[in-house]
Design a protein around this ligand. Structure first.
Ligand SMILES: NC(=O)c1ccc[n+]([C@@H]2O[C@H](COP(=O)([O-])OP(=O)(O)OC[C@H]3O[C@@H](n4cnc5c(N)ncnc54)[C@H](OP(=O)(O)O)[C@@H]3O)[C@@H](O)[C@H]2O)c1
Length: 247
C-alpha cells in the first residue's frame, strides 16, 4: 500500500480525487484547512466503500504546518508515492483597482508557495537520491492561467500561471529521480469555489459560451488526475491536460 496526499480534499475537486484514489487502492491523506466536518465525511465515505484514508489538517501556506503534515505522513508506515497539489483559493471578483497587497499575497501564499512547499517535501520523500522509490505529482492549475480572468481575479489567474511554470521546471528537475510532475487545467467546474468569488452560480452564467455548452463535474477532473498519477501514464511528465469544455 502507498499513500496519496490530496491537499484541499474536503470538498470539490480534491474530494472527488480522494474518493477515486481510494478506489484505486491508495491510502489517502485527506488534507483540509478549516472544514473538519467535510473532511470527516470524505473519510467515512472512503471507509464505507472499503478504502483507507485519514484526515490531516494543515494550512498549506504555512511552512511549519506543511512540515508537521508530512511528519505525520511519515509516521503512517507506508511510502508517499502520490501528491495532488489541489488546495486553492480566490477572493471576490474585482478589477485591479481594488486589489490590495494583502489579498494578492494571500492568494500567492496558498496557490503558489503552498504548492512549492508540498512539492519540496514530497520530492524529499520520493526521489532516488533521498532513498525514495519515485512517485508522481499532479498540480491543479486552471484555464485562468491561459485566459487571465480579466475583471474577476487576475491575481488568481497569475497564481495559476506560476503553477504552470512550477510544473514545467520541477518536471525537468526531478525526471531522473523517478518522479513525474504533471498538471491539469480545469475550466468551469461545479464546486463551492465560485461562492468565494461572490457568485455561486458563475458556472451556469458562463456555460453557454463554452464549446461544449456545459460546466464540468469534479469527478471529470478527478479522472484525469488519477490517470496522470497511475502507471498508465508512466511516460508522461511535464504535461498539461485541459479540462475546460473546449475553451
Ligand atoms: N471549480 C473550478 O471551476 C476550478 C476551475 C479551475 C481550477 N480550479 C482549482 O481546483 C482546485 C480545487 O478547487 P475547488 O473548486 O474544488 O475548490 P473548493 O470547492 O473551494 O475547495 C477548496 C479546498 O481547498 C481547501 N483549502 C483552501 N485553502 C487551504 C489552505 N490554505 N490549506 C489547505 N487547504 C485549503 C479547502 O479546505 P476547507 O474545506 O477546510 O476549507 C477545500 O478542501 C483549486 O486549486 C482551484 O483553483 C477550480
Amino acid at each position: 500500500m502507498a499513500i496519496a496526499l490530496v491537499t484541499g480534499a474536503s470538498r470539490g475537486i480534491g474530494k472527488a480525487t480522494a474518493l477515486e484514489l481510494a478506489r484505486e487502492g491508495y491510502t489517502v491523506a485527506v488534507n483540509y484547512h478549516h472544514n473538519i466536518k467535510a473532511a470527516t465525511d470524505v473519510i467515512h465515505q472512503i471507509v464505507e466503500e472499503g478504502g483507507k484514508a485519514f484526515a490531516v489538517r494543515a494550512d498549506i501556506s504555512d511552512e511549519a504546518q506543511v512540515l508537521a503534515m508530512f511528519d505525520s505522513l511519515d509516521r503512517e508506515g507506508e511510502p508517499l508515492t502520490a501528491l495532488v497539489n489541489n488546495a486553492g483559493i480566490l477572493f471576490e471578483q474585482s478589477s485591479i483597482e481594488n486589489l490590495s497587497a494583502e489579498r494578492i499575497n494571500r492568494v500567492l501564499a496558498t496557490n503558489v508557495t503552498g504548492y512549492f512547499l508540498c512539492c519540496r517535501e514530497a520530492v524529499k520523500r520520493m526521489s532516488f537520491k533521498h532513498g525514495g522509490k519515485g512517485g508522481a505529482i499532479v498540480n491543479v492549475s486552471s484555464a485562468a492561467s491561459r485566459l487571465g480572468a480579466p475583471g474577476e481575479y487576475v491575481d488568481y489567474a497569475a497564481s495559476k500561471g506560476a503553477v504552470d511554470s512550477l510544473t514545467t521546471g520541477l518536471s525537468l528537475e526531478v525526471a531522473a529521480q523517478g518522479i513525474r510532475v504533471n498538471c491539469v487545467r480545469p475550466g468551469l467546474i461545479y464546486t463551492e469555489i465560485h461562492a468565494s468569488g461572490g457568485e455561486p452560480g458563475r458556472v451556469d452564467r458562463l456555460k453557454s459560451v463554452l464549446p461544449m455548452q456545459r460546466g464540468g463535474q469534479p469527478e471529470e477532473v478527478a479522472q484525469a488526475i488519477v490517470w496522470l498519477l497511475s502507471e498508465k501514464a508512466s511516460y508522461v511528465t511535464g504535461s498539461f491536460i485541459e479540462l475546460a469544455g473546449g475553451k
